[in-house]
Design a protein around this ligand. Structure first.
Ligand code: NAD
Ligand code: ZN
Length: 360
């Protein structure tokens, strides 16, 4: 507790703008070591999209690994990729490039850390457990909202917990923000992942950890979300603004925390495999007691875009499953403390949380 104020790292380089993805080869050339490949982890939604893939301009022994985002990243998946890369190449890669949504960005961050640190990915889930700097890593989001492009964490599901690798070595060395890359995102997914950003803002701005740093980013992201989801922007402007909202939302929680929706959706995802974006929406929809204004606005956005959320996900759970959901969720102390204050246990307990889950 000698250093109560976090000294946190930021992404040192960022390119922004439509078409800037084409600058990737030039950026990488400066970082290329002789004989050491660049490894591209690419969302398999882009497999077969040659116009897009050809823009990567592979050189030497560079390799693309297509990865499905159907499931959120697992620690075991990171370990497999790291082992493969060590077997395939004599040298460590020149860098890892993640291209996709939060799933691919988190995988790229984790792989770059594990290539330089011994053991398994699960050993590093927690805070500041990483000892050696990661390999050079680049993040290129193709869908906006999570803030994974700017954050100091990489969220992984392990054998015992769903928890991030939070470390000074986690953030990307370079980020490429090209709003055009998000053109092909399906509407529902656009909404779910966009709402992740909106919920980051609500949880940060209504949390007890709030400070001027977080507020300044959170308010900007919140205003952008209102324009994007309730205004009448042109598509191009909307894509660019959502990309920046995601960035600001991520910056806002960097110096504060998320809250009730994230604590609950982590529990839900651990038991049911519900994905982050839609899971947050399902949970947030029922949180009017905790975030009255935020939830009211969320319902307006949902209506405007004709989004219907699944209902009744928890009603058929076994007692054991419900208990695990509650345990995983209540284990996230900082999130509850941010949301409800130091004495959060007076407001939230197993019974209250179970009842809340049963509404979902
Ligand atoms: P995602 O990466 O799982 O992608 C969602 C869907 O959109 C997938 O089906 C994917 O194939 C598709 N998609 C992505 N880009 C596309 C495009 N341009 N065109 C068509 N389809 C496209 O979703 P997400 O919501 O971005 O990320 C969720 C993940 O992010 C979770 O694993 C969550 O834990 C993580 N997350 C991390 C942080 C962090 O700070 N590290 C923060 C929030 C969430
Ligand atoms: Zn989130």
């Amino acid at each position: 507790a000698n250093n109560p104020h976090k000294n946190f790292p930021m992404v040192p380089r960022i390119v922004f703008g439509n078409g800037c993805f084409d600058q990737l080869p030039t950026i990488l050339n400066k970082k290329r070591a002789v004989g050491a490949p660049f490894v591209y982890l690419v969302d398999d939604v882009f497999k077969g999209n040659d116009t897009f893939i050809n823009r990567i301009k592979l050189k030497g022994n560079d390799v693309i690994k297509y990865i499905s985002a159907d499931y959120e990243p697992k620690t075991s998946q990171v370990d497999v990729i790291v082992t493969e890369l060590k077997e395939e190449f004599q040298l460590l890669p020149s860098g890892i490039i993640g291209i996709g949504g939060g799933t691919l960005l988190d995988l790229a961050k984790a792989v770059s850390i594990l290539l330089k640190n011994p053991g398994k990915a699960k050993d590093y889930q927690g805070w500041d457990l990483v000892k050696s700097p990661a390999i050079y890593h680049v993040g290129i989001p193709t869908i906006s909202g999570t803030g994974a492009e700017v954050s100091r964490t990489t969220v992984l599901t392990g054998p015992e917990k769903k928890l991030g690798i939070n470390s000074d070595y986690t953030p990307f060395d370079q980020v490429i923000l090209d709003p055009d890359l998000t053109k092909t995102v399906p509407k529902d997914q656009w909404f779910y992942t966009g709402m992740d950003c909106y919920i980051h803002c609500i949880e940060s701005l209504n949390g007890t950890y709030l400070n001027a740093f977080s507020q300044s980013y959170g308010e900007k992201a919140y205003d952008l979300c209102k324009e994007i989801f309730l205004g009448n922007l042109e598509d191009e402007e909307s894509r660019a603004k959502l990309m920046m909202a995601s960035w600001h939302g991520g910056m806002s929680i960097a110096y504060s925390q998320v809250g009730v929706a994230h604590a609950m959706s982590y529990g839900m995802s651990y038991v049911l495999g519900t994905k982050h974006g839609i899971g947050n929406c399902i949970v947030f929809d029922k949180l009017e007691d905790y975030y009255p204004k935020g939830v009211a606005l969320f319902k307006e956005m949902k209506a405007k875009h004709n989004i219907t959320l699944p209902q009744g996900l928890c009603k058929d759970l076994t007692e054991q499953q419900l208990q695990t959901m509650v345990d995983v969720s209540l284990g996230l102390t900082p999130l509850w403390e941010n949301a409800l204050g130091k004495n959060w246990q007076e407001v939230m307990n197993e019974a209250t949380l179970k009842a809340l889950f049963l509404k979902m």
